[in-house]
Design a binder for this molecule. Structure first.
Ligand code: LLP
Length: 418
């Protein structure tokens, strides 16, 4: 029997599979913990967004921060994606993955002088500027090199994205962008400034947004400002709506690409300007799972049951950092009644918990479990805490799998130390 458990994984009589490839067979070769991704799911998620916006001029700039392993970037580039880089490191990784720098938007609230200089000298597509001061630094750097930097000011519209406070970015209490009411003046004061070419406006109000209304409000706000700037004589080329589209981590339905496009395209039409989108999670989130072994089980006197995994907050930080929910499925579910389990990692912190009182079938030491929907902000946020080694990453494509990142070794880590 085959029962899909997510966009990428299926429960079968031979255990969990990813697009027909047995998870156990991957683990036998590369060990645990390991991230496993479905190339098909990534392509389908990309196309779902592309198709949803088919009626309107658009470009998808995949947000590297969600997962920037070269194998995944090359796959996305091959199907037409452009890139959104949030640091000098991501700009260079995009380049090494084969993106032309004029296909890259450079975002980020704290770009250093050197990062800006590199981006400008390499002819980056657009810099999404976060402040008046940053615009002035960009002008100075570009002018000194006899170049014109293409810039889009990031506006902070004071809109509540309705997601976790740690990943809501569009409120006036947040450090991102310039206050909406100041944006027009910032452009007007710098009109004709050597080194600057104002090509667009940018907004990004947060991540894991599950209803279209805040995204539509952000689009409306940006369009209104763009029309004001057009009246003032600015010839903008695009509006950048950022990323933020959420995915369903639990069984509850949420707004998807179609609802997103239906909500924002009517707003965008008032401007007629092409739109740039910077989705990260919605492209890779469902595609990946973190596979781990159960290394211990125990029952406290109050009846509480724990399953301790060989992966924890060092490998997947989202639950510890945001209390976020990832579905957990055994790779070979055991027969028996489901019972509440506390699934935890091996790190000596009480926040190293993946799930509390989660109903799961019986678990025993050596069992394999999959933490689903971990393709976005999983491997990229992993650390060496407790001297854990960064896990390998495996990409399954058309019945074959390849290791797109090998497991880190202790020698890799200690090579930096004297
Ligand atoms: N553009 C900008 C300017 C961003 O700051 C972000 C995400 C994105 C695009 C992509 O957003 P997405 O489509 O993936 O929602 N680590 C957190 C998420 C942090 C998001 C940061 N910015 C998590 O694990 O939920």
């Amino acid at each position: 029997m085959q029962v899909p458990v997510s966009q990428s994984f299926t429960s079968t009589d031979e255990g969990l599979t990813c697009d027909g490839v047995s998870v156990t067979s991957i683990v036998e070769r590369v060990g645990t913990p390991v991230y496993v991704y479905s190339a098909r799911a990534i392509r389908e998620a990309y196309r779902a967004i592309d198709d949803a916006f088919a009626s309107y001029p658009h470009a998808i700039h995949y947000a590297l921060k969600a997962n920037s392993t070269l194998g995944i970037l090359r796959l996305l580039r091959a199907i037409g994606s452009r890139a959104d880089a949030n640091s000098g490191g991501e700009v260079q990784v995009a380049e090494r993955a084969g993106f032309q720098l004029d296909e890259v938007v450079f975002t980020g609230v704290g770009k250093t002088w050197d990062e800006l200089a590199y981006a400008i000298a390499s002819g980056i597509g657009v810099i999404n500027a976060e402040s008046a001061g940053e615009l002035d630094r960009i002008a100075q750097i570009a002018h000194a090199r006899g170049r014109e930097a293409r810039v889009a000011l990031r506006v902070n519209p004071d809109i509540d994205a309705g997601s976790h406070p740690n990943i809501s970015t569009g409120l006036k209490v947040n450090q991102f962008g310039v206050p909406l009411q100041e944006a027009g003046a910032i452009y007007r004061e710098r009109r004709g400034r050597a080194g600057l070419q104002f090509v667009g406006l940018h907004v990004h109000i947060g991540s894991q947004i599950t209803t279209p209304a805040p995204l539509a409000r952000a689009a409306r706000t940006l369009v209104t400002l763009a029309l004001e700037l057009r009246d003032a004589g600015f010839q903008l080329e695009h509006l950048d709506l950022g990323g933020g589209l959420g995915i369903a981590y639990e069984d509850r339905p949420i707004a998807g690409p179609v609802e997103y496009a239906e909500a924002v395209v009517p707003e965008l039409r008032r401007s007629g300007l092409p739109v740039l989108l910077e989705p990260g999670r919605a492209i890779v989130g469902h595609a990946g799972a973190l596979i781990a072994h159960v290394v211990d089980t125990k029952r406290h006197p109050d009846g509480r049951q724990f399953a301790v995994l060989d992966a924890g907050m060092a490998e997947l930080m989202r639950p510890a950092l945001y209390g976020s929910y990832h579905r957990i499925v055994p790779v070979h579910p055991r027969a028996g009644a489901e019972a509440p389990w506390n699934v935890v990692g091996p790190i000596c912190e009480s926040s190293d918990v993946f799930a509390r009182d989660r109903l799961l079938p019986p678990l025993e030491v050596h069992d394999l479990v999959a933490l689903l929907d971990a393709g976005a902000y999983g491997s990229v946020m992993a650390s060496n805490y407790n001297r854990h080694l960064l896990p390998p990453e495996v990409l399954v494509d058309q019945g074959q799998w390849t290791t797109i990142r090998r497991r880190q070794t202790l020698d890799d880590v200690l090579a930096l130390e004297s």
